[in-house]
Design a protein around this ligand. Structure first.
Ligand code: PEP
Ligand code: MG
Length: 596
């Protein structure tokens, strides 16, 4: 029964059967908390948990909205023209009846009180349950009444949205109600993930998704344990079940025994101690044992992430995924001024360190709106620079905004998904066009702003002279480079086992890119997820990589690995790896690298 808190037992007491699910690990660490199931519709509205002392106020907010809709329906009825069809009056009557029924007027209030959901979320949760019940009704007339219930709910939601509160700040204490929640959903889009950023949900579990889907990337950037590709999780796990996420193994244990729980608490404590130790490295420069300095940059989704980047001691921002400013908005495209303010915030927050702003990389698993999802094969479709060149006004607006931010600190422009010379040339021409427009307006910007290319399509890695001749720097997007080299959708958990960064073809393309960049005298970074994986740090160092860009949360672990690395020993072993085409030989040799 929804909202029945009698299920809330102590973890370990486990009167309910324990079971384990296996999926794909996407964000490390261990989380222990209660399941918080998200119905698909609930993702369309804000959802947050309401503090105990504010529950009755939230209940009143919903009661007031219900009362207001009553008045609206009454007014509609009173104002019906005399010649209106009788069905119209009947419809209003049905809606008024639905509104007064306890299933709408009382159940959602219970959900607020027992589950601490905000009013909108409580209402939608109840509507989802009712809709599921209606779907099972055989009588087609009655089944159709589902639409009436949804229409009534929409009326109430509209009123609620007018009185919506801003989200409460997360408190995050150990015993805090909200701090123990683990989100369980069929799927969460990257845009939906944005709304979890300020709250202290402690983990995510989804039925679908891949290791390097953007949802997984955002989970990693939030630095909370997550596992995806957990087929069936959202049906097998019940609301309020106690869960352990083992984010390193991609395992979720539901209703664990006391013994299992104790073991995981112990592992959590060990991890916390290791993290404390790492924090001491914040101010230490990243220099290998034999004296080579490495640049460690941060990947960010929003300007607010700069705080975490500075906190981790990043040398700058290597990848600002600007598309997150465009996602989850009603009015869709942010204006030049709005974008400028956000870019400027990031630049100012980084206090003189370079900020690499990647131009809009929309499409595939980051659609701007629902319409883009209908593309035949989104990952191979009108994505990133292809979209920007097809929508020059959107691209020019963004370029002007980025250029204006360059008046406030070091900015670099990074263009995603380039494959063709004409795409590079058109992009550079548009940068010049944006500069000309700003000059005409008398706006300040950095005339010498660097423009670089993401190398994330195999064609680009195989045609590097075309790039180094035209571009100021390169940044290797290993997430897409792996996706396109191995022809596997990074979002599809059914092919996730084929997603292998150590495939010899992938290693060759990365190594070639680093070498070509250095030969041409331009900077090369890796900004895909490989850069933050400590198991690969030495391999990349051995290939000659000197710039790593990753989530701030991974930066200190990578730094520690660098501090313990000796290039003189790593380089010969890496050359051996690069000569091999045998997966087992490569995997073993990469393991050996860790021990050197
Ligand atoms: C990449 O493809 O590796 C990358 C960094 O870009 P994104 O993950 O945003 O596609
Ligand atoms: Mg990419």
């Amino acid at each position: 029964m929804p909202g029945d808190r009698s299920r809330l037992r102590n973890p370990g007491a486990a009167p309910v059967a324990s079971f384990t699910l296996h999926g794909i690990p996407v964000s490390r660490g261990i989380a222990i908390g209660r399941a918080h199931k998200l119905a698909p519709a609930a993702l369309d509205v804000q959802h947050y948990l309401v503090a105990e002392e504010l529950l009755e106020a939230e209940v009143r907010r919903l009661q007031q909205a219900l009362a207001q809709v009553h008045v609206e329906l009454q007014t509609l009825w009173n104002e019906l023209p005399k010649d209106a069809p009788t069905e119209l009056g009947a419809f209003i009557d049905v809606h008024a009846l639905i509104l007064s029924d306890p299933m709408i007027s009382e159940e959602p209030l219970d959900i607020i009180r027992t589950r601490h959901y905000n009013a909108e979320w409580a209402l939608l949760t109840q509507i989802d349950e009712l809709s599921a019940q209606f779907d099972e009704i055989e009588d087609p007339y009655l089944r159709e009444r589902k639409a009436d219930i949804q229409q009534v709910a929409e009326r109430v939601l509209k009123v609620l949205l007018g009185t919506a509160q801003t989200l409460p700040a997360a408190t995050g204490g150990e015993d805090d109600f909200q701090a123990q929640m683990i989100i369980v959903a069929h799927d969460i889009s990257p845009a939906d993930m944005l709304q979890f950023r300020d709250r202290s949900f402690i983990g995510f579990v989804t039925d679908v998704g891949g290791q390097n889907s953007h949802t997984a990337i955002v989970a990693r950037s939030l630095d909370i344990p997550a596992a995806v590709g957990m087929a069936g999780a959202s049906t097998l796990i019940e609301q309020d079940d106690w869960l352990i996420i083992d984010g390193d193994a991609g395992v979720v244990i539901a209703n664990p025994s006391s013994l299992v729980l104790e073991q995981y608490r112990e592992r959590q404590a060990v991890a916390a101690r290791a993290r404390k130790k790492l924090n001491k490295l914040k101010k230490t420069p990243a220099i290998t044992k034999d004296g080579t300095e490495i640049t460690l940059l941060a990947n960010i989704e929003l300007p607010d992430d700069c705080a975490a980047a500075m906190e981790a001691g990043a040398n700058g921002v290597g990848l600002f995924r600007s598309e997150f400013l465009f996602m989850g908005r009603d009015s869709r495209i942010p204006s030049e001024d709005e974008q400028f303010e956000q870019y400027k915030r990031a630049v100012v927050a980084m206090k003189g360190r370079p900020v690499t702003i990647r131009t809009l990389d929309i499409g595939a698993d980051k659609p701007l709106g629902q319409s883009e999802q209908t593309a035949l094969n989104p990952a191979l479709g009108l994505r990133a620079i292809r979209y920007c060149l097809a929508e020059p006004q959107i691209f020019l607006t963004q370029l002007r905004a980025i250029l204006r931010a360059s008046a406030f600190g070091k900015v670099r422009i990074l263009i995603p998904m380039l494959a063709h010379a004409f795409e590079i040339d058109q992009s550079l021409a548009m940068v010049e066009q944006a500069k000309a427009a700003l000059r005409e307006r008398g706006e300040k910007f950095d005339e010498d702003v660097d423009v670089g290319a993401m190398i994330e399509i195999p064609a680009a890695a195989l045609a590097l002279p075309m790039f180094v001749k035209r571009m100021d720097f390169l940044s290797i997007g290993t997430n897409d480079l792996i996706q396109y080299t191995l022809a596997i959708d990074r979002v599809d958990y059914e092919v996730a086992h084929l997603y292998n960064p150590l495939h010899p073809a992938v290693l060759q393309l990365i190594s070639m890119t680093i070498a070509a960049g250095h030969k041409a005298g331009i900077d090369v970074a890796v900004c895909g997820e490989m850069a933050g994986d400590i198991k690969l740090t030495r391999l990349l160092l051995g290939m000659g990589l000197r710039e790593f860009s990753m989530h701030p949360a991974q930066l200190l672990s990578v730094k520690q690995e660098i501090l313990n690395s000796d290039l003189a020993r790593i380089m010969p072993q890496t050359r051996k790896i690069m000569r091999s085409m045998e997966p087992n030989v490569i995997a073993d040799a990469v393991e050996q690298l860790q021990l050197m």
